[in-house]
Design a protein around this ligand. Sequence first.
Ligand SMILES: *[C@@H]1O[C@H](CO)[C@@H](O)[C@H](O)[C@H]1NC(C)=O
Length: 263
Amino acid sequence: MAHPHRLAAVLALILLASPAAMRAAEAACAGEKFPAGRAYAACEDLPSLGAALHYTYDASKSSLSVAFVAAPAGAGGWVAWGLNPTGEGMAGTQALVALKGGSSSSAPAVKTYNITGYVALGGASTPIAFPATDLAADEGSGGKIRLYGKLQLHKGMKSVNQVWQVGSSVTGGAPDKHAFGPANLASKAKLVLAGSKAATATSPASEPAPAPVAGGPAPSSGSDSGASSSVAPTAGKNAATTAAAVSAPALAVAALVGFLAIV
Ligand SMILES: *[C@@H]1O[C@H](CO)[C@@H](O)[C@H](O)[C@H]1NC(C)=O
């Protein structure tokens, strides 16, 4: 008999793998319409909390412009995104936080926090390791908050851990503790800067040369006996049929691999 939790996990996996869920994830990046003047070279659908990171990395200046988009866990809540140069989790994260708070009309406030551990944050920003400029936030569709900023990274950073989070409430200008559900705990990933499409100084990897096209197996094989000339066309057809029969399962395998890679 299936354990209910295990069943729930399997259902969650099926849901995650469903085409509808995949389309929804794609739509988080593709569906975003920023105000004029805000454009980004790349976008990543982050793997939890329905969040997306739009970004442009200027390798020559080591500067990273971002627009982090996520829905807060409640109408008066907050969203946060940051880089953790020293670890994988929350502790050590150099965070940008957009807080909606009480007033529904004004734009979310943006603060920076050097998150040292699981301690309550104050209402005032604290200095972070990556000088942050152009901090701003606005509200997107579906109650999402869009958090903008530009971070001066350290020279030569190739990839860095990123962490994000959402919360439901704000007290005294400070983000209240977020929930600790599976999605909250899974909200971390690597952000690859070097060699990414967004890295302006990196030239694209050269395309592999197309495989040389041989004359084909059929024509030359049947030509050494007189009788074979009448057989040759049939042999050619057989070869073509065989090739088609072989390539169908190969395609199926390639499709499956592609599907798994997407999931
Ligand atoms: C962030 O906090 C840690 C721990 O207190 C400290 O070592 C570090 O210097 C702080 N970073 C900045 C940029 O202030």
